[in-house]
Design a protein around this ligand. Structure first.
Ligand SMILES: CC(=O)CC(=O)SCCNC(=O)CCNC(=O)[C@H](O)C(C)(C)COP(=O)(O)OP(=O)(O)OC[C@H]1O[C@@H](n2cnc3c(N)ncnc32)[C@H](O)[C@@H]1OP(=O)(O)O
Ligand SMILES: NC(=O)C1=CN([C@@H]2O[C@H](COP(=O)(O)OP(=O)(O)OC[C@H]3O[C@@H](n4cnc5c(N)ncnc54)[C@H](OP(=O)(O)O)[C@@H]3O)[C@@H](O)[C@H]2O)C=CC1
Length: 284
């Protein structure tokens, strides 16, 4: 397999912009794709702010910052996938959206190109099945905030080749992250364990066991979690949390994974957490 040099990231949201940043920091050329220029600019703005903080803290020079930003270019058209080595998709957590993107990419990108998805929970095998190259499709699951968190969960679909797995594992190490290999089951490892805890915290709030602050304090001060579960839910995005719980519920068929009605209500209200300004807490 040819070495990976050019990367395309689909979706310039909180995850896509973080993935673009760490790829550019590691020296890859990055095309950051979203549907509208304003979405690209929002993501690019976050990257620029992160790098400015690194310069202020003395971790990077102004020249390094400029070089990293210069490696990131805007893409508003999936046709730009025609000359990259790997595509990492980080659009919304929705199977129809992801399958549609993968179907298009399969037609545009040359046959050897790896198609990776940053999905939190959707089956890699089902995404791969809409392409003519299921052996080239793989899960590359980064954690939020991407520039800080060390883990990349690498998920093999049913047909993923060893060669593709190895190339993605090597790239993960290049990005200064630690790869962990996981098979394709709902929620993989990370979200199979994390999301039921968050959902249970929402049930505790829903049932009036304690206030949101008290629930978060118990887990922060009692278990040394860096954030309480309700703060973390807001940070991940309540729409993403609900999608993951639905995948666990459907995919594993056990009622213990049922999403809390309060989570559904907040998402229906558009209270999506930090990214929309309001979730369990109010931001600004
Ligand atoms: C849903 C999924 O599919 C999978 C997931 O991602 S689940 C979510 C996984 N993530 C977590 O669980 C995060 C839990 N929270 C944390 O680890 C911490 O609260 C945190 C790292 C986010 C912030 O840490 P903190 O100590 O409270 O705050 P703060 O001191 O501001 O930040 C710590 C460092 O991270 C950096 N940082 C924080 N947020 C950042 C961001 N969004 N982007 C870049 N850097 C960031 C800060 O610059 C700071 O760096 P230095 O210490 O080197 O100066
Ligand atoms: N949040 C988290 O903690 C984590 C999330 N993930 C996964 O990463 C993915 C992205 O999540 P996150 O970044 O939080 O979500 P965001 O909502 O922040 O970002 C999604 C981005 O993708 C864009 N988008 C939507 N549809 C398309 C499309 N068809 N083509 C190109 N871009 C599109 C969105 O545009 P618009 O603004 O118009 O919707 C938005 O900019 C999801 O699969 C999620 O499960 C993985 C690990 C952690």
């Amino acid at each position: 397999m040819m070495g990976i040099q050019k990367v395309m990231v689909i979706g310039a949201g909180q995850m896509g912009s973080g993935i673009a940043q760490v790829c550019a920091q590691a020296g890859y050329e990055v095309k950051l794709n979203d549907m509208k220029q304003e979405f690209f600019e929002r993501g690019y703005g976050v990257i620029s702010k992160n790098l400015t903080r690194d310069v202020e803290k003395g971790r990077k020079t102004e020249d390094e910052k400029a070089a990293i930003l210069a490696r990131i270019t805007m893409s508003l058209d999936l046709q730009d996938a025609s000359d990259v080595d790997i595509i990492i998709e980080a659009a919304v957590e929705n199977m129809e959206v992801k399958q549609s993107i993968f179907q298009q990419l399969d037609k545009i990108a040359p046959a050897q190109v790896i198609l990776a998805t940053n999905t939190s929970s959707l089956p890699i095998t089902e995404i791969a099945a809409v392409t003519n190259r299921p052996e080239q499709v793989i899960g590359m699951h980064f954690m939020n905030p991407v520039p800080v968190m060390k883990l990349v969960e690498i998920i093999r679909g049913l047909a993923t080749s060893d060669e593709v797995y190895k190339a993605v594992e090597e790239m993960t190490v290049e990005l200064a992250k630690t790869p962990v290999e996981v098979n394709d089951f709902p929620g993989f490892i990370s979200n199979r364990i994390l999301l039921p805890m968050i959902n249970e915290a929402i049930y505790a709030l829903y049932e009036g066991v304690a206030s949101k602050e008290a629930i978060d304090d118990v887990m922060k001060l009692g278990m040394n979690h860096p954030m309480g579960p309700l703060t973390l839910a807001d940070f991940i995005g309540l729409d993403t949390c609900l999608s993951i719980m639905e995948i666990l519920h459907e995919g594993l068929g056990d009622s213990k994974y049922r999403p809390c009605p309060l989570l559904r209500k907040y998402v229906a209200a558009g209270w999506l957490g930090k990214k929309s300004g309001r979730g369990f807490y109010v931001y600004e």
